[in-house]
Each structure stands twice: as C-alpha cells, then as structure tokens.
Design a protein around this ligand. Structure first.
Ligand code: ZN
Length: 151
C-alpha cells in the first residue's frame, strides 16, 4: 500500500474555516483502509463552543459514522499542532497516527507545553509526524491574524 497524504484536504478545511471567520485549522480522519471518514474545520465561534476545534469536530463526526467512541487504526491529519485538549481526545479515541502541519508554540500540547503524549497518564500514544504541509498551514494562520490586527 502506498502512502497518501490527506493534508491537502485538511488545508482546504482550514481555508474554509477562515472564510467563516474561524481560526484556520482543519482536520481529517482517515480509516485504516485509507478512506476519509470525516473532515472538519474549527467551529468554535459559529457554535459558541470552546471545544469545537477541528480535531474534536472531525473525531466526533468519525465516531458517529462508526458508531463507536474509539477510532483504533485511524489516522488524523491536522494543519496545526494539537492543543492539550485535542491531544488528550486523540489519545482517548485511540487514534493510531497523527500527522500535523505547523508547530504551535503558543497553544500546542504535543511537542511543547504539556507534551500530552509523553505524559505517563497518556494511556494511548499515537505515532506522531510533524511538519506536514507546515508552510501553507502557517501562512494561512499568519494571513488570518494579520487581517484581524487593528490599524
Ligand atoms: Zn485543540
């Protein structure tokens, strides 16, 4: 089986989130046989929900499709390093592999901050691949926040 990155679709979700006025982060959940089960962008503003990060929204949708609280063997693509909340949810969902784009020194919880997967309380540790499509993910975020800066 050849490896196919689904980061392009995650980036498309990030762009769609920006158009809705949400922080541009997108995520895609892929089944063990390589099918996209769910794709989502941030919805925190639209839903008035601080937990509606792209990863959470995509994992909830995927769980609904599977009729399961867990997603063993599934991969998650996300354009930005997951925050501690999402990293914890990824562990709870038993996601097999996480591919993420840009590093997030401010709010990331995987390679920095609490480093959730390295914590002894993390009962399930996914394989993590960073820097996938990072340049485009960073540019989306920079453009989004630059447009919102006053003056
Ligand atoms: Zn998050």
């Amino acid at each position: 089986m050849t490896f196919k990155s689904h980061m392009d679709q995650a980036l498309a979700e990030a762009r769609a989130a920006a158009e809705r006025g949400e922080v541009p982060v997108g995520a895609v959940v892929v089944s063990p046989d390589g099918k996209v089960v769910a794709a989502a962008g941030n919805r925190t503003r639209e839903w008035n929900d601080p937990t509606a990060h792209a990863e959470i929204v995509a994992m909830r949708a995927a769980c609904r499709v599977l009729g399961s609280e867990r997603l063993p063997g599934h991969d998650l693509y996300v354009t930005l390093e997951p925050c501690p909340m999402c990293a914890s949810a990824i562990s709870q969902a038993r996601i097999a592999r996480v591919y993420y784009g840009a590093a997030d020194p401010k709010s990331g919880g995987v390679a920095q901050g609490p480093r959730v997967f390295a914590h002894p309380q993390s009962h399930h540790v996914p394989e993590v691949y960073d820097g996938i499509g990072a340049v485009e993910a960073e540019e989306l975020l920079k453009a989004f926040f630059a447009a919102r800066r006053p003056g």
